[in-house]
Each structure stands twice: as structure tokens, then as C-alpha cells.
Design a protein around this ligand. Structure first.
Ligand code: GDP
Ligand code: MN
Length: 380
């Protein structure tokens, strides 16, 4: 899960990483009050769960109350990277002498998923370009999670970089604390970009990003789930396992393995899944399957629904009965529904669906056939 910049900075501040003084604001009036509290020059930063805000116009400078109000008004009324701005972070403006990069990421590509520390002698908005153009500008060190981070991981790299010596001890401390925050928070990514040196030679985290493993959120009750996608938010509220994708074949399958297998087969057949959805036990609970269909049918990209059931613990006839109840409650159900019903009491399930006599349902007991039909109906 991504956290907002202000959340990430609150956490880093607990680890004694210097951050600018700042106030989270939900209205333009709050931003004016924040300006008064912070001094004569501020930065107004859109709080959205996306990077690249600077380039997208999400970072504004203000040197008067009027400018602070205007900046907040403008940001709170728009979307940055397609995401509505509900809050801005108003911070004291830093006098930046130099910009560096610090990051800890779970390296899922290699090294058995070890944390990877990255230090950049150049940072800021062009970090991807810098990494591509100038291989020497970024140094990397894998950290063995059994032992954690040691000063040499940082200092030996700094010694070979073009970062002035007088900043090394401050950067070393920030990097160690960043690693500790990443570790304690069950992080997938903890990043400071830019890590700046101010005119007073102080090293400060001007921006911060923290991604927390969603499966570990129960260990951090102070963090409420943040969503970037309204469908995923609805699914979480209904306690359905759901991932939003950009295809046109809506998929419901009972069991995460079957749902992933269904998505793989759709892809192999040339189709594009609109989502992953495993209702789990909620399939038989009141409202569970209704919520699943509600989310899929409200997705404007969905052109066909593929409902793949293996009757194991829950018998096919019971699921078929549930499906008939749900569909009967959707008066304008118009999309083609491909139903694959296999497993315990399969024949009884098929009979229930046949008796329902709904023109838009195509039933089969072969997963291959169901996928083939769905992909054809999806038009690809
Ligand atoms: P991002 O584009 O979403 O990564 O947003 P950042 O918070 O990194 O801000 C983008 C850029 O704005 C930074 O790289 C800085 O160059 C600049 N910036 C951010 N805060 C300040 C500040 O307090 N003072 C100055 N001079 N520049 C800032
Ligand atoms: Mn940044």
C-alpha cells in the first residue's frame, strides 16, 4: 500500500530523520493559517498517491497569504495524475543547495528478495533519466536482513561518490534510520527524493515515499488503508479479494488459485481480464456475491463476465441457487455471462441455471470452453 507523503514524513520524523516543518490542510483557509504559522515562504504540495507531482503541476511555491490560498485552491480543485486532491501539505520552503537520492526497496528481482539500499549523488525529478544516463550517479548495496544495515554499507559507497565529505555523516545516519523505518513498517519501498542539503548545510528529506506491504497492515493499526482505485475500495469494504485491471472480461472465480489460473488462460487465449476477484467465503454470505457483481457491472470497461466455479467445499447447486438470486435482483442485467460450473453436484447446479432460463447466460462444464467463449464475446 502506498502512503501519502505527509504520512511517510510523519513516520520518518519518528526515526529522527529531519523533515521540513509542515501542516496538512484540507481547505484554502487552512493553508492561509499554515502560511502564517510557517513563515514567509512555503511550498504547497498536492497529497496524491502518485509520483511525479512536480512535473504534473502538483507542487507550488507561495510567498504571501494570497499565493498560499490561491495555490491550495487550485490544487484542491483539480486532479493530479488522474487522482483528486483531497489534501495539500504546506511546508516551510527550503533553500536547496544540492539534491541527492536515498532509497530502500525490496529487491524482488534478485538476491532472494533482500532489501536494496540505493544512494544517488544526484536526485530530484529526473531520477529515472539520471539512473539511465549516468550509471555512476547511483550506488547500490544489498542488505542482509539477518544482520541489518551497517555504516560501511553507506560510507564505502559515499566515499566513491561525488557527494562532499562534510555531508557524509548526516547522510549515513539518515540512510540507517530510513532502513530501520522501512524494516519496522514492513516496507516494500522507502524513498527520499530529493534528500536535500540546505543553505545551512543541513541534510533534510524534502520528499518521502513509503510503500507498506498490504498484508502487514494489521501490524500497523495507525495506518488506515489508502486506495487509488474506487473499485478496490468498494471491494475491500465488502471484504472481497479484488484487483482492478484494464481489460474487458470481468472475472469471478472461487479461490485465488482458480482466479489466477482463469486470468492466465484468458490472457493465453488473447483476452484481457478486467479484474481479479475471489469472493472467498463471502460467496455464500448475504450480500457477498451481490457486491461482487455490483463492482464488475459498474466497471464501464466490462463487456462480458466470466464466472468460474469449482464446487469443492461449497456445492455447485448451492452456488447456482445463489447466482440465480443475485441475477434476479439485477433488473437490467444485460451483459453476456459465461458460467463454468464443475465439481460437486454439478448436474444439479446446471439444472438450476437451465430452469432460470436467462438468455444472456452460457453454461459449460469446461474451463477451456468457457474461456474461449468469453474471449470471443469480448471481441479479441
Ligand atoms: P514529486 O515530483 O512528486 O517527486 O515531488 P517532490 O516533493 O519531490 O517535489 C518536486 C521538486 O520540487 C523537488 O525535486 C524539488 O526540486 C522541489 N521542491 C520541493 N520542495 C521544495 C522546497 O522546499 N524548496 C525548493 N526550493 N524546492 C522544493
Ligand atoms: Mn520527489
Amino acid at each position: 500500500m502506498r502512503t501519502f507523503e505527509y504520512q511517510a514524513k510523519e513516520i520518518l520524523a519518528r526515526y529522527e530523520i529531519p523533515t521540513p516543518r509542515g501542516i496538512v490542510c484540507e481547505t484554502a483557509e487552512d493553508a492561509v493559517a499554515a502560511f502564517d504559522a510557517l513563515g514567509s515562504a512555503v511550498v504547497v504540495k498536492a497529497q496524491v498517491l502518485a509520483g511525479g507531482r512536480g512535473k504534473a503541476g502538483g507542487i507550488k511555491f507561495a510567498v504571501s497569504k494570497e499565493e498560499a490560498r490561491a495555490a491550495a485552491q487550485q490544487l484542491l480543485g483539480t486532479a493530479i495524475a488522474g487522482l483528486p486532491v483531497a489534501r495539500v501539505l504546506v511546508e516551510e520552503r527550503l533553500q536547496i543547495a544540492a539534491e541527492f537520492y536515498l532509497g530502500v526497496i525490496t529487491d524482488t528481482d534478485g538476491y532472494h528478495g533482500c532489501p536494496l539500499l540505493m544512494i544517488g549523488s544526484r536526485g530530484g525529478m529526473e531520477i529515472e533519466d539520471i539512473a539511465r544516463e549516468d550509471a555512476n550517479a547511483i550506488r547500490r548495496a544489498h542488505i542482509d536482513p539477518r544482520y541489518g544495515i551497517f555504516p560501511h554499507h553507506i560510507l564505502s559507497n559515499l566515499a566513491e561518490m561525488s557527494i562532499p565529505r562534510k555531508y557524509h555523516s548526516q547522510i549515513e545516519k539518515v540512510a540507517r534510520q530510513l532502513y530501520q523505518a522501512y524494516w519496522d513498517m514492513d516496507g516494500e519501498l522507502a524513498e527520499i527524493n530529493p534528500l536535500v542539503v540546505t543553505a545551512e548545510d543541513k541534510v533534510v528529506a524534502a520528499d518521502a515515499r513509503l510503500y507498506v506491504d498490504s498484508n502487514a497492515l494489521f501490524r500497523h493499526p495507525e495506518l488506515k488503508p489508502n486506495f487509488t482505485n474506487p473499485f478496490e475500495e468498494r471491494a475491500a469494504a465488502a471484504r472481497l479479494a479484488y484487483v482492478h485491471l484494464d481489460g474487458n472480461i470481468g472475472i469471478i472465480a472461487n479461490g485465488a488459485g482458480l482466479a489466477m489460473g482463469t486470468m492466465d488462460m484468458v490472457r493465453l487465449a488473447g483476452g484481457r481480464p478486467a479484474n481479479f476477484l475471489d469472493p472467498g467465503e463471502r460467496i455464500m454470505h448475504p450480500g457477498g456475491l451481490e457486491a461482487a457483481f455490483g463492482i464488475i457491472l459498474d466497471n464501464p470497461n466490462v463487456e462480458v463476465v466470466l464466472f468460474n466455479i469449482f464446487g469443492g467445499g461449497v456445492r455447485c447447486d448451492r452456488i447456482a441457487t445463489r447466482l440465480v438470486e443475485v441475477l434476479s435482483g439485477i433488473p437490467d442485467f444485460h451483459l453476456p455471462l459465461v458460467l463454468c460450473l464443475r465439481g460437486r453436484n454439478e448436474e444439479e447446479g446446471q439444472r438450476i441455471i437451465a430452469a432460470f432460463d436467462c438468455k444472456s447466460i452460457k453454461t459449460t462444464s469446461s474451463m477451456e470452453e468457457a474461456v474461449e467463449i468469453a474471449v470471443k464475446l469480448g471481441g479479441e
